[in-house]
Design a protein around this ligand. Structure first.
Ligand code: NAI
Length: 280
């Protein structure tokens, strides 16, 4: 697999493009407007600069990596890709529209992967005529740092597609672990109820935010407390994923904490808006 395309140059797409270019792939990076591409490329350059400072990369290597990333606003630029990784907004209608365009545009043998955190791979695959070649490649944030890719097989995903993605993940220097297509896959099915429980603990006055986070951090050896992590992920994202779990399983154990719903309604979305469970 040589020709790589990433759709969406936001937080995740820029990280995926960086990791692929660093592994030696030529990467077409597509977003809808030049300012989003510029923002993505600035993030990539800043991340590579940190590696130059730490002497993990030479300035020449940094320039080579950047030169392998080809930004574009034209979707047609991805037509020769062998692998497309989609990282646009977490919205089924938007992803469905894009996958049906990609299906019409790309070579018949190309694999179409999605970085979705919570949308069904089977549903995304079903909008294409090649559901055997649609798969989840769930990178973690920040992509250049986190070692895992959760690979999600839709109902129709073939073994050949899965194997090709495992090989690709290894080339990117990531550890791939496979999950089947159920709401939240493995990562968010286990993580989100824990974050939600921390919110209920705060809501019910069990402890202060600092105590809840400190207890989980020092007591369970987690790198950060659950409320800090929720602020980092984005409270709107946490709520959307909890709603997917709640609807998908119909089990009240996934009911989002009312405090989370209120914070999202207030626009307190965590780090990105300067306020969530903490102030930034
Ligand atoms: P983001 O909002 O930072 O970036 C999305 C980008 O996609 C924006 O630049 C937007 O202009 C662009 N875009 C929207 N529609 C497009 C289209 N049709 N064609 C090309 N570009 C388009 O979002 P983020 O956080 O990078 O998330 C992307 C995906 O990754 C979502 O599905 C999300 O659930 C998933 N994800 C996010 C994680 C996170 O921690 N942020 C972690 C793992 C997965």
């Amino acid at each position: 697999m040589g020709r790589f395309a990433v759709i969406g140059a936001g937080t995740m797409g820029s990280g995926i493009a960086q990791v692929a270019a660093r592994a030696g792939f030529d990467v077409v990076l597509r977003d809808v407007a030049p300012e989003y591409l510029d923002r993505g490329l600035t993030t990539i350059a800043a991340s590579l600069d940190r590696d130059v400072k730490k002497e993990r990369l030479t300035p020449a290597q940094k320039d080579e990596i950047l030169a392998r990333i080809h930004p574009t606003t034209e979707l047609a630029a991805v037509k020769d890709a062998e692998i497309v990784v989609e990282a646009i907004v977490e919205n089924f209608a938007a992803k469905a529209a894009l996958f049906s365009e990609l299906d019409a545009l790309t070579r018949p043998e190309a694999i179409l992967a999605t970085n979705t955190s919570s949308i069904s791979i089977t549903k995304i695959g079903a909008v294409t005529k090649r559901p055997t070649q649609v798969i989840g490649m769930h990178f973690m944030n920040p992509v250049p740092v986190m070692p895992l890719v959760e690979v999600i097989r839709g109902r129709a995903t073939s073994d050949a597609t899965t194997n090709a993605i495992l090989e690709l993940g290894a080339k990117l220097g990531k550890t791939c672990l496979i999950a089947n297509d159920f709401p939240g896959f493995v990562s968010n099915r286990i993580l989100m109820p824990m974050l939600n429980e921390a919110m209920f603990a705060l809501y019910e006055g069990v402890a202060t935010r600092e105590a809840i986070d400190g207890i989980m951090k020092l007591g369970m050896n987690h790198p950060m407390g659950p409320l800090t992590l929720a602020d980092f992920i984005g409270l709107d994202v946490c709520l959307a994923i909890l709603d997917v779990l709640y609807e998908g399983f119909g089990d009240p154990k996934y009911r989002a904490c009312p405090l989370l719903r209120q914070y999202v309604a207030a626009g307190w979305l965590g780090r990105k808006t300067g306020r969530g469970f903490y102030e930034y």
